[in-house]
Design a protein around this ligand. Structure first.
Ligand code: GRF
Length: 221
């Protein structure tokens, strides 16, 4: 496919979002190539997925770097070496530091299992259940130096039942994560995302480009 976008994926764990991206690429519906998976945890299941799909991977041990900045410099170097254009955080459990942000300006994405700016940080789903919100969801956003801050690209809403456990809500949200993450990458690959004043504009904007509501609004009697 022409004009393929070169991706670098960062993960710490199971990598189901990484898998969703792999699946869309293999199905021919995402014009991208995964150049490298980097994990910060030697036991991350994401590595098994990389092996299965013949994707280059690297374990970078955070303890082997003298400082956090040095760790992210090393990471930037490995990604640049392979021609990565967009860095995709897929369950990567660290705050990204300046050397990587500087190397990839407005070119690092994250997915978070809540409707930001509500419930940032760990356990977004548990926070939603505890607060008794009626709607939660997930958010894909550009990464800045903060914790789940940064300009929002796409959100998906899911209903929350008062009877939900954290696991049940997590599972419902995860299904939507797997839909909106490849979609956000596609919008980036098409050159349609522009950051202005801390917000994302989508060129050729259609309402459905940047949100999904499940079930759709207006379907209920
Ligand atoms: C997802 O819930 C994502 O929103 C959060 O971490 C989890 C990663 O899951 N950032 P997986 O590793 O992609 O399965």
């Amino acid at each position: 496919m022409a004009n393929m976008l070169n991706l670098g994926i960062l993960a710490s764990g199971r990598g189901s979002n990484f898998q969703a991206i792999i699946d869309e690429i293999e199905a021919g519906s995402l014009p991208a190539a995964i150049k490298l998976l980097i994990v910060d945890n030697a036991g991350a299941y994401a590595v098994e997925r990389a092996k299965k799909h013949a994707i280059d991977y690297l374990y970078l041990d955070p303890k082997a770097s003298p400082t956090k900045d040095a760790y992210f410099s090393a990471m930037a170097l490995e990604l640049k070496k392979r021609g990565v254009e967009l860095v995709v955080l897929a369950g990567f459990m660290r705050i990204v530091r300046k050397p990587l942000l500087d190397a990839f300006p407005n070119s690092i994405l994250n997915i978070h299992p809540a409707l930001l700016p509500s419930f940032p940080g760990l356990h977004g789903q548990e926070q939603a259940v505890r607060h008794g919100v009626r709607i939660s969801g997930c958010t894909v956003h550009f990464v800045d130096g903060g914790m789940d801050t940064g300009p929002i690209i796409i959100q998906a809403a899911v209903p929350v039942s008062p009877a939900d456990t954290e696991d049940e809500l997590s599972e419902r949200i995860l299904k939507m994560e797997h839909r909106i993450y490849p979609e956000a990458i596609r919008l980036y690959a098409e050159g349609r995302l522009h950051v202005a004043d801390g917000a994302v504009e989508i060129s050729g904007y259609e309402m459905h480009d940047s949100y999904i509501v499940n079930p759709p609004l207006g379907n209920r009697k």
